[in-house]
Write a protein that binds this ligand. Structure first.
Ligand code: C2E
Ligand code: MG
Ligand code: MG
Length: 588
């Protein structure tokens, strides 16, 4: 939140912020809290945390960091006084204001609570309008204090202490998830000179413009959210006169930070225009990461030292603190460069892995699997470049090419007499998010002339989790085109029955990891049995991936698994070899 000069927007922003406050209540009588909540909802508040278990109050507070606490004093076990005392001893919670709600009228009780850090008092039974007034005052004071303590006045960005605090939390989260956190330090060159030459008005405008550009480059997709609703998004902060920082929490590979760094440098490298003055400002970025380079206390300093190193190498450069990551990052950059030209240079090809019907033993379809045959690097498997393509957005044109090529090839085979084959095509979540995917699919169908009922789109569980409503509507549109939808790698994600039912699906592919040890592992046997039964009861076809031997096949056949895909029958085949395989199998 930023309090600017326009008082009415200032008021509206403040009002909105107050209404969004999280109000925590602790009272051993649930009904008291519910009545208060109803009153406060009438005033427009909507975030409440209620607990009647005073013993849990501290841990809830630690987790939720409410903006204000409404506290009962007389509670069995842990009393309101105990909570006040524990809260006062906690660095992070000390500043949360507390309004005491008590039926006691004794001055001594009130005095003791005040000493322990209570902010205000109200007598029970609580007068609703009185409470609304006191609450508003308390929250307003807190908002202004926070603004002064945690935000930079010129840019409205979080300041160093808030950044440090968020970093601490991101690291705690990363410890739990086994993920990484990157801290980016951005040094803006010549700020002092510009300020001296053009005056502080231009200096201020420059800072605001830098802030806008920086914020514009932070996307939530840079953060590999791990389905934790409380995973933070990336934030920018101002930590010095001409120093900014960016926090990338829960990042997958630390090298990914390079993508963001390059985006920021490109943006900062554009001309700044102030009252007729065209300025080009050099900037440099240093990146340090948890756990590779250190912890919350040292990361910022290490990122800053990487910045000074980057500065020495010239304008608009970035540098990782760690040597190894620098090396990985430049390898990646090279790979990305090669991949960019791979589509245009026809270096991508599709292989086709047969899918066999368990009842007839015939090939009824195939999965298109991409391969990259690079003149510089040789044969590269998708596991090594699909993730890179996803991070860089290259998956969008690549995926489009795959879809077109797979449809074209299937139709060509059809005309050669290989009828009744379905073609399965893999989709990445990036394609789902960034593009009008139904449009792309329709294009591929129309330009190839393929019967859309022969096209199966493979998506993964995580792909439809994000925004279930939007995704359900995208899937419905794909269904209207008459294509089928398959869930790939089933079992590796957040497989829940309730969401399977919500989406218009046709097929479930059981992940190879469950099939692999099917002949020996009782757990896998139980899982696969249950998954197939469940899928069939939902009217979904089942496909087992990665079937390599007779024992696995027999087990799956017994469960009436519909289709088999795996090395037992065939590896993915180049398009030249595929027709012969089908003819041989299907004539038996
Ligand atoms: P996937 O979609 O689950 O594809 C199945 C993978 O399992 C393929 O690996 C296939 O070669 C392998 N496989 C099949 N049967 C067996 C078996 O019996 N034993 C063993 N050990 N492996 C088997 P591949 O071709 O390396 O592809 C890996 C992943 O790359 C695919 O997994 C898919 O997620 C992705 N991918 C491939 N092509 C594309 C594409 O065109 N677009 C997108 N977005 N992703 C693709
Ligand atoms: Mg697949
Ligand atoms: Mg799979």
């Amino acid at each position: 939140m930023m309090f600017d000069n326009d008082t009415s927007t200032e008021y509206n922003e403040l009002h909105q912020q107050l209404m969004d406050s999280t109000i925590m209540m602790v009272d051993d009588e649930q009904i008291n809290m519910e009545i208060i909540q109803i009153h406060l909802e009438e005033s427009g508040y909507h975030n409440f945390i209620l607990t009647d278990k005073s013993a849990e109050a501290m841990s809830i507070m630690e987790k939720e960091l409410p903006d204000v606490l409404l506290l009962d004093l007389q509670m069995p076990g842990v009393s309101g006084f105990d909570i006040l005392e524990a809260k006062r001893a906690d660095e992070r919670l000390r500043h949360i204001p507390v309004i005491i709600l008590t039926s006691s009228t004794e001055a001594e009780t009130k005095l003791k609570a005040l000493e322990l850090g209570a902010t205000d008092f109200l007598s029970k039974p609580v007068d609703a309008s009185e409470l609304a007034l006191r609450l508003r005052n308390t929250l307003t004071v807190k908002a202004y204090q926070d603004q002064l303590a945690y935000y930079d006045a010129s840019t409205g960005l979080p300041n160093r202490s808030l950044f440090q605090d968020r970093l601490g939390w991101a690291i705690k989260q990363a410890e739990r998830d086994d993920s990484a956190v990157a801290v980016m330090h951005i040094g803006i060159g010549q700020f002092k000179e510009i300020n001296d030459t053009f005056g502080p008005k231009v200096g201020d405008a420059l800072l605001k413009e830098i802030t806008q550009r920086l914020k514009g480059q932070l996307r939530d997709s840079d953060v590999v959210t791990q389905q934790h609703k409380n995973t933070q998004s990336s934030i920018a902060a101002r930590v010095g006169t001409s120093e900014f920082t960016v926090l990338l929490p829960a990042i997958g590979d630390v090298e990914n930070a390079a993508t963001v760094a390059r985006r920021i440098l490109a943006e900062m490298g554009k001309v700044f225009n102030f009252e007729g003055n065209e300025l080009v400002i050099p900037s440099s970025i240093g990146i340090a990461a948890y756990p590779d380079d250190g912890n919350a206390d040292t990361l910022l300093a290490k990122a800053a030292s990487a910045t000074s190193y980057a500065k020495k190498q010239g304008r608009n450069k970035y540098q990782f603190y760690s040597k190894e990551i620098n090396e990985k990052s430049s390898k990646r950059l090279k790979l990305e460069g090669y991949l960019r030209k791979a589509i245009d240079n026809d270096e991508l090809v599709l292989y086709y892995q047969p899918k066999i019907d368990t009842k007839t033993g015939h090939v009824t379809g195939m999965e298109a699997l991409i391969r990259w045959i690079s003149p510089e690097l040789g044969f590269i498997s998708p596991a090594d470049f699909i993730p890179l393509a996803e991070e860089t957005g290259l998956i969008v044109p690549i995926g489009e090419w795959v879809l077109h090529e797979a449809c074209r090839q299937t139709q060509a085979w059809k005309l050669q007499g290989l009828t009744d084959l379905t073609i399965s095509v893999n989709f990445s979540s990036e394609q789902f998010r960034g593009q009008d995917i139904a449009r792309v699919v329709q294009d591929a169908i129309e330009s190839s002339g393929l019967d859309p009922r022969c096209l199966v789109l493979e998506i993964t569980e995580s792909m439809i989790m994000g925004d279930p409503e939007k995704n359900a509507s995208t899937l419905s549109r794909l269904k209207e085109l008459k294509t089928s939808i398959s869930i790939d790698d089933f079992g590796t994600g957040y497989s829940s029955l309730s969401y399977l039912k919500k989406f218009p699906l046709d097929e479930l592919k059981i992940d190879r990891s469950f099939v692999m040890d099917l002949d020996t592992d009782d757990d896998d046997k139980a899982i696969v049995t249950a998954v197939i039964a469940m899928a069939h009861s939902l009217g979904l076809k089942t496909v087992a991936e990665g079937v390599e031997n007779e024992a696995q096949l027999a087990f799956l056949k017994n469960l009436k698994c519909d289709q088999i895909q795996g090395f037992f029958y065939s590896k993915p085949l180049p398009k030249e070899e595929f027709p012969a395989f089908v003819l041989q199998k299907n004539s038996l």
